[in-house]
Structures are given as C-alpha cells and as structure tokens.
Write a protein that binds this ligand. Structure first.
Ligand SMILES: N[C@@H](CCC(=O)N[C@@H](CS)C(=O)NCC(=O)O)C(=O)O
Length: 241
C-alpha cells in the first residue's frame, strides 16, 4: 500500500520528519500537497466537511482508510510497522517522550522568528524575534541538546543511538532538528561538534545510511528556506565567534 503524505508544498517543514522515516524504511509514499491542487486536497481534509477524523493541521498521513496527524503520532505508527521503534514498553514510551520533547523544541525554534503570532509577518515582529532568538540560543538550545546528548551517553546499550541498540524514528528526527538549527543559526551552532559530540556523531552516521544519503541527494529533498520552520535570518543569529 502506498502511503499518502499531506504536507504544504515547497518546504521541508514538519513533513520532513515523516519523509525521513518513509525514506529510511524504503516505504512507498506519494506527496499529496504539490501545487495548487495539492493545497486544495489538504484543505479538503481540514474543513467542516472533512468527516469525523479530520486533522487540525498538516502533516498528516493516510494509510488506506486510516488517517494519522501530528508528527509524533505518525512516527509512532510508522516506526512500529517498519522496524524503527524500540523493543520493550519502557523504551517505546521513552522514545515517544523524546519525540514529544522534539515537538516542543521545534515549536520554540519556529517561535524565534514568529514570537508574537504565526498569522503576522516576521517583518512586523523583528525586535521581539531578536529577543526571543537570543534567549533560544543562550538557554533553550543548550537545555534541549544537552539533554539529548545525555540521553545518548546514558543509553545502557551504548549504541550511539538515543534508545536501544538500533536506529529509531526519534534519531531521524534529531538529525533533522540539528540540520535545521545549523541552517538557521550557523554562528551559534558552529561549535556543535565540540559541545555535542554524541549527537553530531549520530547525525553523521545517519547521513551516511544508504537510503538517507540517496534521499538527501535526490530531487525529493527540499532545501530549507525562509517559509519554513527553520529560517535563516542573519540578524537573529549570534555574532561570529
Ligand atoms: N503538533 C503538530 C504541529 C502541526 C503544525 O504546526 N503544522 C503547521 C505546518 S508545519 C500548520 O500548518 N499549522 C497550521 C496552524 O497551526 O494553524 C505536529 O507536530 O505535527
């Protein structure tokens, strides 16, 4: 069965967390949000006539008649079906918690350029965005990534992955978050190799996985850009060291 991925056209966005899992699993999927027809298709699933299981927002995934929304929920669904979920209840629940922590982190990364509201332009909230970015860089990145670094170090299996002894969906998501942060804040993230050696080693290892490497080199992979969650506005970054 070919999965249908519903996500806005032209940005990696939160759809990227789902794509990375589908690509790693070599699972067939179709992008349903391409072009104006795709936008209409997405909207038809969100509107008043969308039925009892209408999602609130993309990304959402359809597997036949089953519809799943929210990145963490979708990855939970895919991970268990494609061998990318940890074994054992405690590890599965822990991995879900990590994924939800990344959900929070991604929201905070988004809010650096839209601290007042997503319906207003960045240009109308620049001073607030600068303040928010400064706090995000000085406190929140450290707190979130310091935590994920400790999780890898503390993994009893010493596998270099976040949970258990093999790759799971949350490793793929951390890979994308780190890539997004490096795109958005090149100066503030320049010393990540020294600060977060385990995370950066994991990121490198994931980038070399055959299915991921092939995907990254393909036209399916969209570039980060300034309509995305992770945006590069030089004025929001730290000054170079
Ligand atoms: N918690 C959701 C967040 C979904 C979300 O914020 N989607 C964005 C695009 S990345 C959207 O279209 N939001 C519309 C809105 O919030 O009104 C998830 O992790 O999937």
């Amino acid at each position: 069965m070919t999965y249908e991925l519903y996500y806005w056209d032209g940005i990696p966005g939160r759809g990227e967390f789902v794509r990375l899992v589908l690509e790693e699993a070599a699972a067939p999927y179709r992008e349903m949000g391409k072009g104006e027809a795709g936008t209409r298709e997405i909207m038809s699933h969100l509107g008043d006539d969308a039925g009892p299981y209408a999602p609130f927002a993309p990304p959402f995934l359809k597997d036949g008649q089953v519809i799943i929304s929210h990145v963490a929920n979708i990855l939970d669904y895919l991970g268990t079906r494609h061998g990318l979920a940890p074994a054992g209840e405690q590890d599965r629940l822990f991995a879900r918690g990590l994924q939800l922590t990344l959900t929070d982190f991604v929201t905070e990364a988004h809010d650096t350029h839209h601290p007042l509201g997503i319906d207003d332009y960045y240009e109308d909230q620049k001073p607030e965005a600068k303040k928010r970015s400064k706090a995000f860089i000085e406190h929140r990145i450290l707190k979130f990534l310091g935590y994920f670094e400790r999780v890898i170090v503390g993994n009893p299996s010493r596998s270099g992955y976040l949970v258990g002894d093999g790759l799971t969906t949350v490793d793929l998501s951390l890979f994308h978050v780190v890539n997004g942060l490096r795109y958005a804040f090149p100066n503030a993230t320049a010393d990540f190799d020294d600060r977060y050696p385990k995370i950066m080693a994991l990121r490198k290892k994931i980038g070399l996985r055959p299915n991921i490497a092939a995907y990254l080199a393909s036209s399916r992979r969209l570039d980060f850009n300034e309509a995305d969650v992770f945006r590069h506005y030089p004025e929001l970054d730290q000054d170079p060291a």
